[in-house]
Structures are given as C-alpha cells and as structure tokens.
Design a protein around this ligand. Structure first.
Ligand code: PAP
Length: 320
C-alpha cells in the first residue's frame, strides 16, 4: 500500500553545512533526497537476483561498490588492466536507488526494468537507506544485501570534510567542529543516527546471514583478500582454486585499492550527480584513525561511552 506522509508535520533541523534535514520514522534525511526515498519506498520493486550495497554515508560506499562490481563481473571483465573501474567512477557503475534511480521524483523506470552494468542476470544497486526504511520488497525478496560500516569517529571526520567541501550553499558558514560533533552524537546527520543504522543491518545479518553480509571498513583495511573472498562466496560466485592460484583475489584487491582508484584519471577530474560532486572528494585519505588529527581526547571519550551505551549487548565492536 502506498505510504502517504504529511511533510508539514515532520521535524526539521539545519545540518552542519546548511542543508535541511527531515526526521522520518526515527531517522534524519537530507531534504534533497527525502521525496526520492519516499518514492523508492513506494515504487521500487526488488528482484530476487538483485544485489544491494548499503552503507551509512562515508563508511566505505565507494570501496564496496568497486569491490562488489569487480568480484561479480570478473567473468565479463577478467582482465583488471581493462576493467571499467579504470575509466568510470564506482558510483556511475553501481547506481544508488534513492539518489540516481528516483532522482527528482522521476524514477528511471527503463533502468529499473533492465539489468544494469553489473552481472548480466542481476542488478547491482546501492542505498544509504536504513534497514527499517528499505522498500518492503528488498527485505521480503530473496535479494542479497552487503552492508559496510566504519568506526564512527572516522566516519564523522570523513563526513565533515565531504560536506564542507561539497556544500551547495557556498555562502553558508558551516557549523564549527564542536557543534557538528554534538549533532553527530545526537544522531542528527544524513541517514542517522549512525548507531540505529548500523544496528538495523547488524540484527538483520544475525537473523539471516545468507541475506545480509555485514562488513567493517577496518576489517577490509586489515585483510582485503579475505574480505574479497567473503564477498564472492556471499554472492555465490566463489573464487575457484585456479583463480586463486593465478592471483585473481590479489588483482581485484589491488584494482580497488585506494591508491589505485584515487589516481585513475576519471576519479581525479570527473564529477557525479549532475556535476554536483567532484569524484576526487570520494578519495580523501582512506585511512583508519584519521580522526586523531581532528578530534580531542574528550570527544573520543564521549564517543566511546556513546558506542558502549548504544552497542552494549549487541556483540558489535569497532577498531578505532
Ligand atoms: P559515500 O557514502 O558518500 O559514497 P564513502 O565512499 O563511503 O562515501 O566514503 C568515502 C571515504 O572512503 C573516504 O574516507 P576518508 O574521508 O576518511 O578519506 C575515502 O577516502 C574512503 N575511500 C574511498 N575509496 C576507498 C578505497 N578504495 N579504499 C579505502 N578507502 C576508500
């Protein structure tokens, strides 16, 4: 049944970069994407063969898109020297449901009904929507979801840089670090609160690990090969012994590495989202622990306590 929302009743706040956030079903959404999310909730029909890549922004979306694309399409693009990732930004190879497909309430139906640039038989799409907000058909169909999250201190640091660099209202002075950190810790940021976003997918993964693969940015950094194999197994296209012997896992890991993708020409000079976002802003530092260059001890302690209170009993832990 089509959901109708009286938008005048929704709580609103101004985000750190001047854009408006709207609170809906317990989560905060940028006003820019909110209608698109509602439209996707009402009209997106998942296929059993779909692969959905999900993240809270700045947790490793670009990396996950590259990895999943390279793994799922290695039959079509076995040669990593000629992979589409060397000429296209990962965001143009794997489209976002709410940002690209339901763009300006004008769903790209042709795109939705066809297979995409991923494997011939399945569509690979992405979303930042929390698990609870996903269109019903994603949760109810047999489609698979890969989720990646990141320690919130680095996610915050990455998000703050990205929002300031890409702010649409250039004349708006962004909120200071302390105030934006306060808002982040109150859960007020696009697709936040981050803890509810993470817990939604974590619980879905515990309930049905064959449906939701749950990854962490820090684990990918620590052992990318193991995680590339995990992604392939989850997508039911495990690496054969022959592939492993000839180094296919290492090749894909290298292809998708920060150092490699950052230096690809399209990621240095190109744009996505109708020219709004520079591709280069998706490749800043790509490190674990960069927060230590920006946040003080007090902030780190506050976050530690917040994480303890929110994740207590869930079994979730983050390396910071
Ligand atoms: P999005 O959710 O808006 O698409 P997302 O890709 O999740 O953004 O976040 C970008 C972060 O991932 C950046 O982190 P940083 O600001 O701390 O540097 C970016 O550098 C990092 N990143 C992008 N590609 C890779 C990669 N291939 N390997 C590791 N980190 C990456």
């Amino acid at each position: 049944m089509e959901k109708k929302v009286d938008e005048t009743l929704l709580e609103r706040k101004t985000s750190w970069d001047g854009q408006q956030l709207v609170k809906y079903d317990g989560f905060w959404f940028s006003e820019m994407f909110f209608r698109q999310i509602l439209s996707a909730q009402n009209h997106f029909v998942a296929k059993d063969s779909d692969v959905i890549l999900s993240t809270v922004p700045k947790s490793g979306t670009t990396w996950l898109k590259a990895l999943a694309f390279a793994v799922a399409n290695r039959g079509i693009h076995p040669n990593t020297d000629r992979n589409p990732l060397l000429t296209s930004n990962p965001h143009t190879l794997v489209h976002s449901i709410e940002i690209n497909l339901f763009h300006r309430e004008n769903p790209n139906l042709e795109y939705l009904s066809s297979s995409t640039s991923s494997t011939i038989s399945s569509r690979m799409l992405s979303t930042h929507m929390p698990f609870e907000i996903l269109p019903d058909s994603i949760r109810e169909s047999a489609c698979k979801i890969i989720y990646v999250c990141r320690n919130p201190l680095d996610q915050f640091t990455s998000l703050r840089h990205f929002l300031i660099e890409n702010r649409i209202k250039k004349d708006v002075v962004p909120l200071g670090l302390d105030e934006s950190f306060d808002m982040f810790c109150d859960g007020i940021h696009g697709f936040g609160p981050f803890w509810d976003h993470i817990l939604g997918y974590w619980n879905a993964h515990l309930e049905n690990p064959g449906k939701v693969l749950f990854l962490k940015y820090e684990d990918l950094k620590e052992d990318i090969g193991c995680n590339v194999k995990k992604i392939a197994e989850f997508l039911e296209c495990p690496f054969s012994l022959e592939e492993e012997k000839r180094g296919a896992v290492e090749e894909i890991s290298r292809l998708c590495s920060f150092e490699n993708l950052k230096n690809v020409e399209v990621n240095k000079s190109g744009y996505v989202m109708d020219g709004l976002l520079k591709n280069s802003t998706f490749f800043r530092k790509g490190e674990v622990g960069d927060w230590t260059n920006y946040l003080n001890h007090e902030m780190a302690e506050r976050m530690k306590k917040l994480m303890q209170s929110k994740f207590e009993g869930s079994g979730l832990m983050f390396k910071t």
